[in-house]
Design a protein around this ligand. Structure first.
Ligand code: HEM
Length: 495
């Protein structure tokens, strides 16, 4: 075998999961010199997707960066991503666990996004693909999602009578949240005219997204985790616990309902509880609770953020907005509404969404991975337990793969076969390989339905005579990269 023996490398100090620490002694990919102790921490700034993309121009598509105690490998080209996902997916498919999750989420040992790819992980993924993202199941529960979108449309119609602004990200978030809660347990958890539970829900999900992706000193200097210097573990714990209790409440209520022999709801929770009976070991009530939490965390703000970016691009590109509206009207015709599966077949709507996801990677580095063994990559040996950062944001704006990469041009997908499935390595909004997002089919439907309704039913304009050139296009960095300034628009109902 060409893979050197593990002893050829210094083992990470401490437990098995500790990433290795080594300063430039063996053949690693090139990288910038760093300061003693801090490494390159001060060089990456608040927007690592951007600063690391700049470093890639200097050090190439595979480079090394020292973040505190950890040496990370950064991947910044489609070719290099292809090598990882096609040849080394199994060896790079374990996660680097942020301290916010390790210390904040009590049951992280059964949380699908964070556990290693063993039997536990496989069982949970199977439960999702069988009961949630299988097209027949998606079709069966689509009425519940349509209900939330109808409520959204009614709410915007009310606002349009007053000439007030709509916070698009917030609107999409509440809609996506209710679509998820209805899919899971047939209930709304938020209302457009904000109520305490909805607001708390939003706060919990947004806090988790924020803290999980925050540059946490305790991740770079593991001994700091006992001190939690930025209060990240504390905030994570509070938000995770709130969501944990809420999901527990819904499960208990459902268990009582099932015991009382009332008719079943037939929603996702019922399916999970049925599945549990055959899979006690890997799919007990604890796993179900954490899976529901994971669905809310991974499957609501991600959709809402994409809608907000898409509406931003459409308001900056009125010709594209108009073309999309015409295409939608042609398809909707006199029917008034469409099945979700039909929405997926409206080409221009799909191009617009894809282009938006290309330019505004919701998860700029996907979810953090690390090597499970020594991995030979592009002639270098990457030691076991090295965090691997895939800069999907940089890859999606690489001029080697995309013409005029920063321009919003949905037509670029017209003659291409590029799908979300992670087989085109210049376009990885949902990741790739065995850890690819399991929610793609649901996300496509949720986003398609919301965007179709916003564009076909309303005309939108910027408030206060603001010009498109004044719209702030800055993004934030985290597990979720969002618009730094919320998009506010005034709706007019189209009759
Ligand atoms: C993982 C993106 C919607 C559930 C991921 C990953 C990305 C991603 C980039 C990491 C993939 C990797 O490491 O290679 C998105 C985007 C969404 C979205 C952009 C919407 C616009 C959803 C939805 C669900 C979901 C609706 C609900 C079913 C998950 C879960 C994981 C995941 C559970 C962890 C998978 C694992 O580690 O095995 N998603 N996602 N996501 N996503 Fe999504």
């Amino acid at each position: 075998s060409t893979t050197p023996k593990a002893e050829a490398f210094p083992a990470g100090k401490g437990n098995e999961d500790t990433p290795p620490c080594f300063y430039g002694k063996r053949k690693l990919p090139p990288g910038p010199n760093g300061l003693p102790f801090l490494g390159n921490l001060l060089q990456i700034g608040p927007k690592p997707h951007r600063s690391l993309a700049k470093l890639a121009e200097q050090y190439g598509p595979l480079f090394t960066i020292q973040l505190g105690r950890h040496t990370n490998v950064v991947v910044s080209s489609a070719e290099m991503a292809e090598e990882i996902f096609r040849k080394h997916d199994a060896e790079c498919s374990t996660r680097f666990l942020p301290d916010a999750v390790a210390g904040g989420l009590i049951n992280h040992d059964v949380s699908m996004p964070w556990i290693s790819t063993g039997d536990q992980w496989r069982t949970i993924r199977r439960a999702l693909s069988t009961y949630l993202t299988n097209p027949n199941k998606l079709d069966k529960l689509q009425g519940l999602r349509l209900k939330s979108v109808t409520q959204m449309v009614e709410h915007v119609k009310e606002i349009s009578k007053t000439g007030q602004v709509v916070n698009i990200g917030n609107l999409a978030f509440i809609t996506a949240l209710n679509q998820m809660s209805n899919t899971c347990f047939s209930e709304d958890v938020a209302h457009f005219n904000s109520d305490p539970d909805g607001t708390e829900f939003e706060h919990a999900v947004k806090t988790i997204m924020k803290v999980d992706g925050k540059m946490n000193l305790a991740d770079f200097f593991p001994w700091l985790k006992y001190f939690d210097p930025q209060g990240i573990r504390r905030d994570a714990k509070a938000a995770y616990s709130w969501l944990d209790q809420l999901c527990e409440k819904f499960i208990n209520k459902r268990l009582r309902h099932r015991e009382s022999n009332c008719p079943p709801h037939g929603d996702l929770l019922d399916s999970f509880l049925d599945f549990q009976q055959e899979n006690e070991v890997y799919f007990g009530v604890r796993q179900i609770k954490v899976l529901l939490m994971d669905l809310f965390i991974a499957g609501t703000d991600t959709n809402a953020t994409t809608i907000e970016w898409t509406m931003t691009e459409l308001i900056l590109n009125p010709d594209i907005m108009q073309k999309l509206r015409e295409e939608l009207n042609k398809r909707i015709g006199g029917e008034g509404s469409l099945e979700e599966a039909e929405i997926l077949e409206i080409p221009y709507l799909q191009f617009v969404l894809k282009e938006s996801m290309r330019l505004h990677l919701v998860s700029p580095f996907l979810l953090p991975r690390k090597t499970m063994t020594n991995v030979k990559l592009n002639g270098y040996i990457i030691p076991k337990n090295t965090p691997v950062m895939i800069n999907a944001w940089a890859i999606a704006r690489d001029s080697d793969s995309w013409q005029n990469p920063t321009k919003f041009t949905p037509e670029r997908f017209l003659s291409s076969e590029i799908e979300y499935k992670g087989q085109n390595f210049s376009f990885l909004p949902f990741g790739s390989g065995r850890r690819i997002c399991p929610g793609i089919r649901l996300a496509e439907r949720v986003m398609g339905l919301i965007l179709m309704s916003l564009v076909s039913q309303f005309d939108w304009k910027l408030p206060n005579n603001m010009l498109p050139k004044d719209v702030d296009m800055d993004d934030t960095f985290g597990v979720l990269s969002q618009k730094a300034t919320p998009l506010l628009l005034i709706p007019t109902t189209i009759n």
